[in-house]
Design a protein. Structure first.
Length: 365
């Protein structure tokens, strides 16, 4: 796919993700013990042969920039093309109001790219994709725009589509009632020239949203193709989705599909020491990253790098992010702890599977 430029939309601080995106963009969310959400989309592009990738930013992007660096881990630190982090740009001090504002802000990057096609992908999906089949389906069908979809739970944050003969016939944005259906994944493929025309059209008419102002507006006018993605795809658009997608890493079949196949998921290298397990440590059905010190009990949990769980502590059904400290005799159940959290000796923190407790970054409890 050397004839395709990739654009990754990293999202903003999302109220539906509460404390988790207060200090970072959605694409920078830590997942699966040692990764960031953007790793999956970016690795998919690289594995598909895309060597020119632009990452859009809106706000709270320091964490994202620190993680991506020069793009070395993805073999994108190149003189020609490679990884480009695209800072926000709006004239007159205005704020972005939608995807089309973001794309208008990077129009110079698009115009200077020599590729014929453009792949736009939102960085809020946990999956291991290859995009060659999407491109081929787009070319074979003669579509103007091809969207990627799968069958899953579509809530008020997403969009439900109707598909006939691999063509989108209807789009319902932000449905009132969640249900299992054909849902958009926020991945779009088209010719770059068409995208540039749509950017100019929307900007000149005060239109801001790609979904509503490009896709929905052009149903019946454009040939909008539909490409079904049959692999695992966890769309993280709420706290519950974040919690359940991470906990699905305990399913060996999901882990195998994401991490143990020919398509590697690349991430920033930390070079930390192996995890230390003391004689008092008990670990069952959990994912534990490197650099941890485990002296207590851990069950059905995701433990990120550098976490210390002291003797007598019990961590169950929880997600504990990097460099957090769980002191002696703590009980933690159905909780999500952001980076650098310290839970004091003897504390009890518990939520529910449908409503886990969220503890913000660097908080001392």
């Amino acid at each position: 796919m050397t004839d395709t430029v990739g654009i990754i939309m990293t999202g903003d601080n999302d109220a539906r993700l509460a404390e988790l995106t207060r200090v970072r963009s959605v694409a920078a969310l830590p997942v699966a013990g040692r990764y960031r959400l953007i790793d999956f989309t970016l690795s998919g592009m690289v594995n598909s042969g895309i060597s020119n990738v632009g990452v859009t930013t809106r706000s709270n992007y320091r964490s994202l920039m620190d993680h991506l660096g020069s793009g070395k881990e993805w073999d994108l630190n190149r003189k020609l093309y490679g990884l480009r982090i695209l800072p926000p740009y709006i004239q007159g001090g205005e704020q972005y109001r939608g995807d089309m504002d973001v794309l208008h802000g990077i129009k110079t990057f698009l115009e200077h790219s020599k590729q014929k096609y453009v792949l736009i992908a939102h960085g809020d999906i946990l999956y291991n994709p290859r995009f060659e089949a999407l491109q081929q389906a787009h070319i074979d069908s003669g579509a103007d725009i091809t969207v990627m979809y799968n069958y899953g739970l579509c809530n008020s944050c997403g969009a439900r589509i109707s598909v006939e003969n691999d063509r989108v016939t209807d789009i319902e944005a932000h449905p009132e009632r969640p249900e299992q259906c054909a849902r958009l994944l926020g991945i779009y493929f088209m010719e770059k020239e068409l995208l540039c025309r749509q950017i100019a059209y929307c900007y000149g008419r005060g239109l801001h949203d790609f979904l509503m102002d490009v896709l929905v507006r052009n149903i019946g006018k454009m040939n909008i193709g539909a490409f079904r993605y049959d692999g695992y795809a966890g769309k993280i658009d709420s706290v519950n989705a974040y919690y359940h997608c991470n906990m699905q890493m305990l399913d060996s079949s999901v882990r195998k599909e994401l991490f143990f196949n020919e398509n590697f998921i690349y991430t920033k290298v930390k070079d930390t020491v192996p995890t230390y397990y003391s004689d008092s440590a008990v670990v069952e059905d959990s994912v534990i990253a490197d650099g941890c010190r485990i002296e207590g009990r851990v069950e059905r949990s995701i433990i990120f790098r550098g976490v210390h769980i002291a003797k007598g502590a019990v961590v169950t059904n929880s997600i504990v992010m990097q460099n957090s400290v769980i002191q002696r005799d703590v009980a933690l159940d159905y909780a999500v702890l952001d980076k650098g959290v310290t839970v004091g000796q003897g504390k009890r923190i518990g939520g529910q599977e449908s409503f886990p407790v969220i503890i913000g970054k660097n908080v001392v409890v």
